[in-house]
Ligand binder design. Sequence first.
Ligand SMILES: *Cc1c(COP(=O)(O)O)cnc(C)c1O
Length: 488
Amino acid sequence: MEKLSIELSNGAIGFSLPKLDVPEFEIEKKIPSHLLRKSPLNLPQISENETFRHFLRLSQLNYNIDKGIYPLGSCTMKYNPKINEELARNSKFINIHPHTLDEFSQGCLAIIYELCELLKEISGMDDVSLQPSAGAQGELAGVLIISKYHKSKGEKREIILVPDSAHGTNPATATLAGLNTIEIKTIETNGVLRAKLIKNEIEKYGEKIAGLMITNPNTLGIFEEEILEISELLHKIDAQVYMDGANMNALVGNVKPGNFGVDVMHFNLHKTFSTPHGGGGPGSGAVAVKNHLKKFLPNPRIRKVNNKYQLVYEDEEFSIGRLHSFYGNFGMFIRALSYIRMLSSEGLKYVSYLSTLNANYLRKRLEEIGYKISFNMPTMHEFVLTLKEIKDKYNVKALDVAKKLLDYGFHPPTIYFPLIVEEAFMIEPTESESKISLDSYIEAYEKILNEIKQNPELLLNAPINTPVSRLDEVKAAKELKVKWQDIN
Ligand SMILES: *Cc1c(COP(=O)(O)O)cnc(C)c1O
């Protein structure tokens, strides 16, 4: 185990400062003595190279996308091209003051404008705002837009339909936006949202329905093939279709949500468009709308007038308002634009093709080995296994298998999500993985299945080869110890 920096402290000095060239601040004279600390701060004292080595060692204990496959379903942990980082770190971007006038920041505004244009093209939507700083905030923007749309017509609609395969943020968003979620069960329809299910809800609630929140492909990786019929049914009562487009990997370059009835959607630049994520941000949950919802978008908006880029406030009585200070998470826009421009439309098409191919190769090989798919339907860029049989037969849970994968040096997939699958294993390899990488991942699954059959108890102790062994995850979450305390 790596020691804490305070434990490594040995009295060395890890900094060198130039000689003071201003009058010394006379602490004793300027600050009342009762406010001055009586004992030293007890900060770690380590030499510069030992400090560096300490942090480098810590960084190497961490698993990351540059180390190996990171197939977290629903998270689209694809490779983050290093050219993106180089561009985002360009001093011409990072040194610009947020209050710089539009006329002196045309380059930055051009990036925002161009990225919006490309997202419009990719999604088939009519306007985009880059303000939301996460997928969940993009959802909130979208649902607030739907609410405001109905209110602007003098209607009070409070019901939002959400299938049970939805990402957990969907019902949470709806609640935060003041709507009531009606969950639609899809277990009996093989994980697919069928038009007849929507018909039932329309018969029940009619024009109380504000809209539908749908993820497509859904969180089982299944393409919602009745989406067109579903949106037509909803549009008949002027209910709006919201698409959670956090993971566009199976669609980019091939299918446009704007063509299958979506009125408003969000993207996660930090998934589909390769900007880094994990650890809570920064992200970017761009929100896109069709023409009839344009006036409800957040303000300010990017516009190009007489060949000049401007941030303008429009439709102030309709706009849902501001969601972020200044531009939004601007570094993410540079990275996403770089990614899209490097790939071009042909490249993006290839992303959706390859991410679907990789996921289906992995799925078929794992099924051959003996793992079970949750719903036997065609899947796109991700799929969900159920380890229920393994649990029933060998008393080995999805969590145990996930922990065992760590012992083989791999990152486990998303587990216990979506909630409609028992002992769920949700796998999304993304397009960045080679066949060699997928094969070695499959090999680990094969070894683990053999171990389960031979000696299931061994899995209950996994992981044993990692810096820390099995954690008490409830305790770790409920009793956070994030600060060092001298216990002596
Ligand atoms: C990741 C994800 C979200 C939430 O995105 P955040 O940036 O984490 O807020 C929403 N919906 C789906 C389907 C997702 O995969």
